[in-house]
Design a protein around this ligand. Structure first.
Ligand SMILES: Nc1ncnc2c1ncn2[C@@H]1O[C@H](COP(=O)(O)OP(=O)(O)OP(=O)(O)O)[C@@H](O)[C@H]1O
Ligand SMILES: [Mg+2]
Length: 346
C-alpha cells in the first residue's frame, strides 16, 4: 500500500467571504482569488452564467431572464444556494484536486447566530473541502495587520466592509467587546442613491453610486474640491440626464451613516474595561475594510474619540491575510478558531 504523506499534499485555504468581495488564499500560493461576491443566474436555463467580476458587469444591466445577485447581505448569507455555487466555482479556479484534503479557514462577522454560522460552514463544506473552521473577521484582520493579539494588551479594530462594520476589542487571543452594525459601504451607496433622488430628482443605480463614493466621497472638508459627472434617469421626464456632483454634497449624504459608526465606536469604548481603554489609547484604533478608504474617516474618528487612528496597509485584503496566516500556521493559530464540525482528516 502506498502511504500518502498528507501534510505534503494538503493545501490549507483561507477565505474572506465578504458581502462585497470574496478573497481566497492558498497555503504556499498566496492570494489567488479576489472577486466581487456576485452571481449571475440564467432563469431560463436554470444555471449560473457568471460569477465575480464578470457578473458585476451585469449588475443592474440584466435582461429579464438573467438576474445578477449578491448572495450575501450584511456579512451573512442571504441566498444559500447562490453562495454555495459561488464558493464552489471560486474554489474550482484553484487546484480542485487538493480541495478534498484542504482545511478551510473562513472569516465571519462577530455575533452571528448559530444558523448563520452553520450556513457558512455548509456552503464551504458543500464545495468539497475536507473541513471548515471559522474565525471572527476582526481577529483575522488583527492578524493580517500583524498585531500581537496574544498579549494582555488590548487592540481595537474597526472593519468597515460592504455590508457590516465590525468593531472589536481584542486581548489575550479573545474578543473582549464586539459590536456589529449593518451600516457600511453598501449603505453609503444607498445614501447616495437617495440623496441624488431627493436633491437632484435623478435616479441612479448602485454601480454609479459606488463610483461617486469612491471618486469624491469624504467625511471631512478637504483642501482640494472634488467633483464627478454622474448620469442617470430624470425622475420627472424619464429621460437620461447628467449632473456634476461635489464632495460637499456626498458628505451631506453620508452624514447620518458616518454618525452611527462613530456612535457605535464610542459605545464600544465606553463598555470596555478601563485598563483596556488605556491600552487602546496607547495603541490607537486600527481601521480596515474597503470603507476605511473613505477620505477623512480616520481623521474624523480621531477627532471624535481622541485616540490615534491608523488605516492598516492594504485594508481590503487584511482579513484575508489573517486567514492566510492561519492557513500557513494552522497548529499555531488553531486556538483562535471556532471549530464547529468537519470531516475527519486521517
Ligand atoms: N476607495 C474607496 N473609498 C470608499 N469606499 C471604498 C473604496 N474602495 C472600496 N470601497 C468600498 O468598500 C466596500 C467593500 O469593502 P470590503 O471588501 O472590505 O467588504 P466585504 O469584506 O466584502 O464586506 P463585509 O466585510 O461587510 O462582509 C464596498 O462598499 C466598496 O464600495
Ligand atoms: Mg469584510
Amino acid at each position: 500500500m502506498i502511504k500518502i504523506n498528507l501534510p505534503f499534499f494538503r493545501k490549507d485555504i483561507g477565505i474572506d467571504l465578504g458581502t462585497a468581495n470574496t478573497l481566497i488564499y492558498v497555503r504556499g500560493q498566496g492570494l489567488v482569488v479576489n472577486e466581487p461576491s456576485i452571481v449571475a443566474f440564467n432563469n431560463r436555463l436554470n444555471r449560473v452564467v457568471a460569477i465575480g467580476r464578470e457578473a458585476k458587469k451585469m449588475l443592474n444591466r440584466t435582461p429579464s431572464h438573467i438576474s445578477a445577485v449578491r448572495p450575501l447581505a450584511n456579512g451573512v448569507i442571504s441566498d444559500f444556494e447562490m453562495t454555495q455555487e459561488m464558493v464552489k466555482r471560486f474554489l474550482k479556479m484553484i487546484a480542485p484536486q487538493m480541495l478534498g484534503y484542504a482545511r478551510v479557514v473562513v472569516g465571519v462577522p462577530t455575533n452571528l447566530t448559530e444558523v448563520e454560522r452553520k450556513s457558512v460552514e455548509d456552503a464551504v463544506m458543500g464545495s468539497g473541502a475536507a473541513s471548515v473552521y471559522l474565525i471572527a473577521q476582526p481577529m483575522a484582520a488583527a492578524l493580517g495587520a500583524n498585531l500581537d493579539i496574544s498579549e494582555p494588551n488590548a487592540k481595537m479594530i474597526i472593519d468597515i466592509g460592504g455590508g457590516t462594520t465590525d468593531i472589536a476589542v481584542i486581548s489575550l487571543d479573545g474578543l473582549v467587546r464586539a459590536n456589529r452594525l449593518k451600516i457600511a459601504g453598501d449603505k453609503f451607496d444607498e445614501d447616495i442613491i437617495r440623496f441624488m433622488r431627493d436633491e437632484f430628482k435623478l435616479v441612479i443605480g448602485e454601480p454609479t453610486a459606488e463610483e461617486i463614493k469612491i471618486a469624491v466621497g469624504s467625511v471631512l472638508p478637504r483642501g482640494e474640491k472634488l467633483e464627478i459627472a454622474a448620469r442617470g434617469r430624470d425622475l420627472a421626464t424619464g429621460l437620461p440626464r447628467e449632473i456634476i456632483v461635489k464632495d460637499s454634497q456626498i458628505r451631506l449624504a453620508l452624514q447620518r451613516s458616518i454618525r452611527s459608526i462613530i456612535d457605535a465606536t464610542k459605545e464600544v469604548i465606553e463598555n470596555t474595561p478601563p485598563e483596556l481603554v488605556g491600552d487602546i489609547y496607547r495603541n490607537g484604533i486600527y481601521l480596515c475594510g474597503g470603507g476605511s478608504l473613505l477620505r477623512g474617516i480616520d481623521e474624523l474618528l480621531n477627532k471624535e474619540t481622541s485616540v490615534a487612528v491608523k488605516v492598516v496597509d492594504d485594508p481590503l485584503t487584511c482579513v484575508l491575510r489573517g486567514t492566510g496566516l492561519v492557513a500557513d500556521n494552522f497548529d499555531h493559530y488553531k486556538g483562535l478558531l471556532d471549530i464547529l464540525s468537519g470531516k475527519a482528516i486521517v
